[in-house]
Design a protein around this ligand. Sequence first.
Ligand code: SME
Length: 148
Amino acid sequence: MDSILISQANALTTSVDNVVTNLANVAALLMQTNDKVSWAGFYKYRPKTNDLLLGPYQGKLACNIIPNGKGVCGTAAQTKKPQLVKDVSQFPGHIACDSASQSEIVVPLLKADQVLGVLDLDSNQLNAFTAQDQKILEKIANVLVKNC
Ligand code: SME
């Protein structure tokens, strides 16, 4: 994953003031610039129901709702910490929306320490994502929180 994605994500999310539009294009950016990515998208945190609702994404059909604290996405939301999972079969409670998925990275979208949602990338390859990818995705998450 290249750090140029950060400025591309910024450029894609500054011209229109609409969260669905902006997240849709960033999902496409992340999916189309990395051959390892099989699913790229967002879940929105809902405080009333304490869960995550499927947002804009690219890839196969996905779970509509993930309870906070469940799976990789719910763990990232609950702990407010990125989850870099080299092998999803080793992650307790991993939710397999696509049985071909083998590794995953989830980064929370945080504003003043409040979780707004998560950015989720899946791969059909083991160990697809690196600590450097995580840093880039955290910066993209900050850009999105600022612009959306
Ligand atoms: N694997 C995720 C569920 C979402 S899909 O990957 C799109 C999880 O365990 O939270």
